[in-house]
Design a protein around this ligand. Sequence first.
Ligand code: ZN
Length: 148
Amino acid sequence: MAGLEDLYREIILDHYRTPRNRGELEAPAVSAEGHNPLCGDEIRIFIDVKDGLVSEVRFNGSGCSISQSSASMMTTAVKGKPVDQVRAIVKRFKQMMTIDEDDNSAIDESINLGDLEALQGVVKFPVRIKCATLGWNTLLDALAESGK
Ligand code: ZN
């Protein structure tokens, strides 16, 4: 039986109490919105893509500690990185958060998730996985928007 300490790791609580890169970006930055109706989480992601880099990223929104801290941790993981690498990090994170045994897609071991591995405990609580991945899926939407 997974304990709540697996869900609320210290690093997760720290990002919830002191969110990083919280706020908005002005145009020409693009934004995307994501909702998780199961939990009532809302996230808006703002990104500025310059010369192939995600040069700035911000988020705001409201919801449970897992959704907000995961978004905060995501911003620190992707800020300043090339778009290709950001997509690879998102893919790797979503692979970590999946419980789909049929997913045999190759895992890119060269990507070190670092602090993000603290969120792996959420996998033991399937109803919360959508909380943890909300910001990440919304980031993909924002990247798609920036590519238009
Ligand atoms: Zn939630």
